[in-house]
Design a protein around this ligand. Structure first.
Ligand code: ACO
Length: 334
């Protein structure tokens, strides 16, 4: 069996910065409430007049990751794209990347696991490399939330949280079994699907059905039972980090860098406190980008790496929880 390691990282966020004060012009909210409850100071939202999307942002992040891996687009064997906000119902964003980057006709899949999307995506890529099927896989997480949010006071409990952006990495085969992805751990609990959901449009509730309600059907906006999500998140984050450490006979003291999904700063802080981790052992950047869902972990990982906070041989732990519910962790020896 081979092992897989991250050889290139990149991220891209839209230029347009939206501060909490900007939001208070759209809805009844304020900077103090948002910062206290979520830690977010600002986020990036795509300018609606631009032609940016999950796929175009993913392509930009991918180019950086491929270059930093010292590879070219022709070296990539497979694409795994995680998003809950694809450009189209079908086909997925993965095939758009193949085209946008002018790659050979390699395979491409989309992963639909929301906040855990990147964990599921990199774990999927890892299996293809471990079995020897592929050598270099492009793994992408990207979200275009802003166009689908309810930006009125009615939607303020959700819309202030989310930001747009994309991150990508190249996962490559290595013969060194002491380095790279040591293990990944994936879970789901579908009975709570309706606690964090975008219900429509769906084939069950198609566009004309929504239009016919004259604006009364708002099920195309994200719905979140924030308190319930929060309570489950802190339990599952903790469980799945512990599961990953135990699998590798490691302890919390062994963690050099925990990159939690940037759901909400309070969730990250709760997990940090529970495990007794220092500020140097946990990386957060939700303050400047908001919650970018499937993109958040790979954006944060890249940001931490660019700031030289991740060094050779470090034990890096990625962990996520989100809609589905789904959750997971990845344990990496850098
Ligand atoms: N600005 C001002 N007031 C607001 C806003 C806002 N943006 N949103 C809600 N409020 C009001 C509510 O209307 C409510 O007012 P009321 O008491 O008069 O009814 C009051 O603030 C408190 O609302 P709660 O929803 O109880 O606020 P809470 O403290 O639970 O914070 C939050 C809401 C931040 C969503 C919280 O539940 C939370 O952190 N949940 C975790 C879920 C999460 O982080 N999700 C991220 C996406 S999912 C994921 O990535 C895993």
């Amino acid at each position: 069996m081979y092992n897989s390691k991250i050889t290139g990282l990149g991220y891209y966020v839209p230029e347009n910065i939206v501060t909490n004060d900007d939001l208070s012009e759209l809805m009844d909210t304020n900077d103090a409430w948002i910062q206290e409850r979520t830690g977010i100071k600002e986020r990036r939202w795509i300018d609606k007049n631009s032609d940016e999307s999950s796929a175009t942002m993913g392509a930009k992040a991918s180019k950086i990751a491929i270059e930093r891996a010292g590879l070219t687009k022709d070296d990539i064997d497979f694409i795994v794209f995680a998003t809950l906000s694809p450009d189209y119902f079908f086909p997925g964003c993965g095939v758009q990347i193949q085209d946008m980057l002018d790659m050979p006709t390699i395979g491409a899949i989309d992963i639909r696991n929301q906040c855990s999307g990147f964990i599921y995506a990199i774990s999927t890529a890892d299996q293809f490399i471990k079995t020897g099927m592929y050598k270099n896989i492009l793994v992408i997480g990207a979200e275009y939330h802003s166009n689908g949010l309810d930006k009125t006071t009615r939607g303020r409990g959700v819309s202030v949280i989310f930001g747009d952006g994309a991150g990508a990495c190249v996962l490559s085969r290595t013969d060194d079994n002491s380095k790279g992805i040591l293990s990944s751990h994936l879970h789901s609990e579908g009975k709570y699907a309706d606690k964090l959901i975008v219900k429509s449009p769906s084939i069950k509730n198609w566009v004309p059905d929504i239009i016919n309600t004259n604006g009364e059907d708002t099920s195309y906006y994200p719905y979140m039972d924030g308190t319930f999500v929060f309570k489950n998140a802190i339990v599952r984050f903790s469980e799945v980090i512990k599961e990953g450490l135990e699998k590798n006979n490691l302890n919390t003291e062994d963690i050099d860098m925990l990159i939690p999904h940037q759901a909400n700063l309070r969730i990250s802080q709760f997990v940090q406190k529970k495990f007794g981790l220092s500020n140097d052992q946990v990386f957060n950047n939700i303050m400047k980008f908001g919650n970018t869902t499937a993109a958040s972990i790979i954006i944060a990982l890249t940001d931490a790496w660019e700031q030289n906070k991740i060094k050779e041989n470090d034990l890096v732990v990625l962990a996520a929880f989100g809609s589905g519910f789904t959750w997971g962790s990845v344990i990496i020896r850098w």
